[in-house]
Design a protein around this ligand. Sequence first.
Ligand code: SF4
Ligand code: SF4
Length: 546
Amino acid sequence: MTATNTTPEPPKSAGEPLGNSASSGDRIPARDSQFLQQNPHLQDLQDPYLQGPYLFDDPLGPLDGDLEGDLDVNLDGSLDGVPKTARIPHPSAFDQQHPPAQSVIDSCVHCGFCLSTCPSYRVLGTEMDSPRGRIYLMDAIANGEAALDETTASHFDSCLGCLACTSVCPSQVGYDKLLADMRPQLERNVPRNWRDRLIRTLVFNLFPYPRRLQAVMPGLWLYQKLGLQQVVRQTGWLKKLSPQLAAMDAVLPNLPAKGLNPIAPRQIPAQGKRRYRVGMLLGCVQRSVLPQVNEATMGVLSALGCEVIIPPDQGCCGALPAHQGQENQAQDIAKAMIRAFDGVQQDKQLDAIIINAAGCGHTLKEYGGILRDDPEWQSRGAAFSAQVRDIHEFLAEVVTAGNFDGELRAIAPEPLTVVYQDACHLLHGQKISTPPRQLLAKIPGVELREPMDASLCCGSAGVFNLLQPEIAEELGEQKVDNLLATGAQVIASPNPGCTLQIQKHLRERDQDHPDAVLGKVPVYHPIQLLDYSLRGEAIAIQSSEG
Ligand code: SF4
Ligand code: SF4
């Protein structure tokens, strides 16, 4: 029996969605959804309990892998005429520690509206690397119909965690919650090969620890200054040795000397009348690699009447381990961050805790969930999260309160075209898209341009571009194509990961076309442009590294 679709196709864009669309009440034949045809390797999956090939449950008994069989899957997950409750129960392959919630899995109606927005689906074109396919797979694992192994893990490793699917899903399926529970399951239950282990050990033991990151900065700075990086890039030997290490090298920008010893002040007084007392997070990558963004943030906050408090013992926000399923590490880091800010709030509560990195901001707002297993820490985490504001969000509140009274001046002698690049964890994770645009539009002479596919991930996605460089490469190319196609003179990016990814692609275009102006578009954080404007200074638009 075949389903009849009554709704129009979901909007198609460059990625050509391959899935079906359906409204509530329709049924999706698995065969037509291309779910199985695009994933022939699933035929090789062994049912761990029946010792046979896995496909879907069959009401008459275990499936024999017959792809031509009538595999109509109803929207409630049941097979043709057979309610879901009649599926043969197998023990779940998940462990008992917060498996993805079945109620959330079941809320997906398989309509496929999310497919065209999914970057991994755009690049790989396979249903199993789409939100809908991954939810199917979680359901199969939860019901013991698929194993939790390297093959199934690969379809979650290819997910960027960009959350674009959550923005478009008409059923409001909490894919973010599913993914947050799925990744720790993979980390606990699926052994990684030695290469993956090596890279992950390096990443998880270096990036979330600002002091360690700081300790390797002088070595990296020398590596660049002595010309070794250029040799490594030209010979391409690192790529042959490890594409992941080569990807790390490729995103490394020209390190500023002041990033080698970034001593942040502990307190910055408000200029003029003090209206707010705010805490500020420095971020790990931001403070080491893009210290100018933190300087600009302090400058803008102070100019607008904020006393800025910077706890000296603050570490990482925990975004990286949280996004990669390193649950215990993320919890420890979150607790340390809460303690660091409690230390400066003993006498007087802060009005807000400000962060200028989109990815960090999203995680800081999730502390209640990250610490859910301990009631005391859960409530401390939720209270901390309630204070967190992305810098654009906070400045929008300052505008609304009528306290944005700094004098903004032009930052270029001529009118300046700027394209704002949405960061996924700001746009989809925190649902913040208007405030950055409104703030940029306030700068005299700035004309904003919008890129195609503004909501599509640039491929950075935390450390995704280091762990899955090939997919990230294609997405980075697409993103830079779309940004440059606007003809804007400046790119404004609110997240360090996106900034480094975009700069990398601009740099590579420079190498390919030494005389082209294409790669001469600088990338600034919006707060840097505001800072220039408040100080009445012109920006430099000669290099791609703002
Ligand atoms: S996640 Fe949402 S948009 Fe995607 S298939 Fe399921 S219900 Fe449809
Ligand atoms: S989080 Fe992003 S990459 Fe992952 S399924 Fe959703 S849209 Fe696709």
